[in-house]
Design a protein around this ligand. Structure first.
Ligand SMILES: O=C(O)CCC(=O)C(=O)O
Length: 256
């Protein structure tokens, strides 16, 4: 059985690299229950959904009416969908670790991630290098996302690619494009991109990553859909900015 907290070297890795992987953290029965639900939601096109066509990323269908336009990219509002997701999102295996990273009082954001990511073999798009915080508005850019693999994730099916340590770097505006993606043509960025690490995961492995960590992902070149469950957390004292999308849904306070 896994201990309920990060050891000193895991904690140090998160501080230094902006991510850490806890192998085999979710029990096989927990993973299978969520995978079964995810397959069911996808087959039933059970909303709320986000489609590949909605994201406008390279390789995405041009519109919902184009071929592949109704390919699901995210099954949204995972927390509200089923007790299996609520139990996972609030389990001591996660919460105790998140307290080490964020402090004693934490909340789950229902406004960000809070989804089952699906990566379809036929129409999955490429996600360019970005920091999640670019979409979010909190008093401090200090949030942690928890990415659970429901099946094997590797380069061929579009696992996450990470740039270690970028959560702690200040990027000048010319290193980013207008949508705040990292510009691969900039010399400093070329050097950085040579440091990429592929977050290859087995079912049940969990990636914890900082909202300022640059990450990207390729498309799924295998025959099977990839499923991952992702939730995002912040210290209760780090409030979403009123009137923004980050404040659109109430956070879930996690019991001490
Ligand atoms: O799986 C992917 O394509 C990347 C997802 C991602 O980076 C995100 O949603 O922020």
């Amino acid at each position: 059985m896994r201990p309920d907290s990060f050891n000193a070297s895991e904690f140090a890795q998160f501080e230094r690299d902006g991510y850490v992987i806890a192998r085999g953290l979710a029990a096989p029965t927990t993973v299978e229950r969520m995978a079964e639900l995810a397959r069911h939601y996808l087959a039933a096109q059970s909303g709320p959904l986000e489609y590949e066509a909605d994201v406008n990323y390279p390789g995405a269908p041009a519109s919902r009416d184009a071929p592949g336009g109704r390919t699901v990219r995210r099954l949204l509002q995972a927390y509200a969908r089923d007790a299996a997701f609520r139990e996972w999102a609030t389990s001591p295996l996660l919460v105790n670790r998140l307290r080490q990273l964020l402090g004693p009082e934490i909340e789950l954001s229902q406004a960000h991630h809070n989804c089952i990511m699906t990566k379809d073999p036929s129409y999955s798009s490429i996600t360019s290098w970005h920091q999640d915080i670019r979409y979010w508005a909190f008093e401090r850019p200090e949030l942690v996302s928890v990415w659970l693999a429901l099946g094997r994730e590797h380069r061929e099916n579009g696992c996450l690619l990470l740039l270690p340590g970028t959560h702690a770097i200040s990027f000048t505006a010319e290193r980013l494009d207008d949508a705040k993606f990292l510009r691969p043509d900039r010399e400093q960025n070329k050097t950085l991109l040579r440091t990429l690490v592929a977050a290859e995961l087995d079912a049940g492995d969990v990636l914890f990553f900082h909202c300022r960590l640059f990450h990207a992902a390729g498309h799924n070149q295998t025959a099977a859909t990839k499923y991952s469950v992702v939730f995002t957390y912040h210290a209760s004292g780090n409030r979403p900015v009123a009137g923004t999308r980050s404040a659109a849904l109430p956070g879930i306070a996690l019991p001490a």
